[in-house]
Design a protein around this ligand. Structure first.
Ligand code: NAD
Length: 479
């Protein structure tokens, strides 16, 4: 059974006290690997290594740093198949997505970040007067801690580490305890690429090694992609030291379909690659509230139902599979609890609601939930307000643009939204008025590197980019 190690100071090491956590294949429920259950001493060692490496790394000319990042891109290109299979086995995200979308995207992202190393070195010049010159310069923070979730570990690792390193920080990545294997394997591959201590990876529980990292006095910057509750816990833990934070958190995204939309495209867009396929709805931007104009209610629901009936739930390593399992037994129970809640709250079940071996009889130990859709007219239900993080959506009718907007914005979250219409004026009004970090029009879940991706309200603030990992300094020079 694979036994993964942390990457600390250029060395691949177990947790200092030897403790491990089991990694479970969610499609089968079987333990398939072990990862270090790191604690405070490991956090201490990683911070010390990153701190030692910082002066030399940050002093490198931007173009020299870019050279290292381009080598990472090559590592992704050379090892794409292995990494994609590992991640699929570890977290159940279907191979179709890890292999065909994520990994090719990573090689590109690290190239892009390499090209942005110079942006972090740029400043402004302001002529304040004939004899007075104003200058700004950007500086890296120092040791940056990047905490990532389990649903797309390699993508989230890259979106943070590439930019933090490009800006001249040294980095510690803390992958999620449910799915760390692909990132730890990446650590093995990247140990040869970076000077010791520039990139460190420590796995373990959030409340143990994660907490020790965010509280550490020598950690200068924290970026989290995770739940809102974890964002709040990190805010509290780092408050005394006033650490700068970047938070990409949870969501309950609306997908709004108007009668003038291309209904085939809309039905496809609100189901596939939104709340049902890929990660089985375990996606921060999942369009889990589908708002449908009453005049197309039956027609669209009929198309949605037909699309979902064709989804293939099976071994995520099989390229024919279009929807995988829930990541862990805890998350499985969490999703199941919402199926019970929906019934108690009086929502109507349109399809789905099945779990376990009933869904995929060939893989009875896996954490399976069938694509599920409820209908209701009451957006105040917990079903409509809370993030479920599974293949469970709720459809609600509306009669006017104003009503659609009011329902969409009636949420503590504001991560993403979809609008399906051919009316350009309406599209622009919704882009303006939706309280959301991203608005997609006639598409969903396109997240190209180069555009900001982040949330508002309880979905967080800031977004991963090279500049996010720098701070600005001003100089006024009297000549
Ligand atoms: P989580 O918040 O439970 O865990 C995320 C990471 O934080 C893990 O590495 C975990 O170990 C760590 N952590 C937990 N408690 C901590 C603490 N007290 N101190 C330091 N670190 C701690 O989230 P999850 O269950 O892994 O992922 C699902 C959540 O992530 C959902 O809410 C989802 O919406 C969100 N998410 C957001 C985005 C985005 O870009 N907005 C992307 C993917 C997932």
């Amino acid at each position: 059974m694979p036994d993964y190690r942390n990457l600390i100071g250029g060395e691949l090491v177990p947790a200092s006290d030897g403790r491990t956590l089991d990694s479970v294949n969610p499609a089968t429920g079987e333990v398939w690997a072990r990862i270090p259950a790191s604690g405070a001493p490991d956090a201490e060692a990683a911070v010390a290594a990153a701190r030692r490496a910082f002066p030399a790394w940050s002093a490198l000319p931007a173009l020299a740093r870019a050279g290292y990042l381009r080598k990472v891109s090559e590592v992704f290109a050379r090892n794409a198949e292995e990494l994609a299979r590992l991640e699929t086995r570890d977290n159940g995200r279907i191979l179709r997505d890890t292999l065909k979308k994520d990994l090719p995207g990573m090689a590109y992202l690290w190239q892009l970040a390499a090209g942005q190393c110079l942006d972090a070195a740029k400043g402004d010049t302001v002529i304040l007067g004939p004899d007075t010159l104003g200058l700004t310069r950007r500086e890296p923070y120092g040791v940056a801690v990047c905490i990532i979730p389990w649903n797309s570990p390699i993508s989230t690792f890259s979106a943070k580490a590439a930019y933090a390193l490009a800006a001249g920080n040294t980095v510690i990545v803390k992958p999620a305890e449910q799915a760390s294997a692909s990132v730890l394997r990446l650590g093995e591959l990247l140990a040869e690429v970076f000077p010791p201590g520039v990139l460190n990876i420590v796995s373990g529980l959030g409340e143990e090694v994660g907490d020790a990292l965010v509280r550490h006095r020598d950690v200068a910057k924290i970026s989290l992609t995770g739940s809102t509750a974890t964002g709040q816990a990190i805010t509290r833990a780092s408050a005394d030291a006033l650490k700068p934070l970047t938070f990409e958190l949870g969501g309950k995204s609306p997908n709004i379909v108007f009668p003038d939309a291309d209904l085939d495209a809309a039905a496809q867009g609100v189901t596939v690659n939104s709340v049902y396929t890929g990660n089985a709805g375990q996606v921060c931007v999942a369009g889990s509230r589908i708002l449908i104009h009453h005049s197309i209610w039956d027609e669209l629901l009929d198309r949605i139902t037909r699309i979902c009936a064709e989804l293939v739930l099976d071994d995520p390593l099989d390229l024919r599979t279009t929807m995988g399992p829930i990541v862990s037994s805890a998350q499985y129970e969490h999703v199941r609890s919402y199926l019970e809640l929906a019934e108690k709250e009086g929502a109507s079940l349109l399809f789905g609601g099945r779990t376990g071996a009933e869904v995929v009889p060939g893989l009875p130990g896996g954490y399976w939930v069938s694509p599920t859709l409820y209908t209701t007219t009451d957006n105040s239900l917990r079903l409509c307000q809370e993030e479920i993080f599974g293949p469970v959506a709720v459809a609600m009718p509306f009669s006017s643009d104003e009503e659609a907007l009011a329902i969409a914005n009636d949420s503590r979250y504001g991560l993403a939204a979809g609008v399906w219409t051919r009316d350009l004026g309406r599209a622009h009004r919704f882009v303006r008025d939706l309280q959301s970090g991203t608005v997609w029009v006639n598409t969903f879940r396109q997240m190209p590197p180069g555009l900001p991706f982040g949330g508002v309200k309880d979905s967080g603030y800031g977004h991963d980019s090279v500049l996010e990992y720098t701070r600005e300094k001003a100089a006024i020079i009297q000549i």
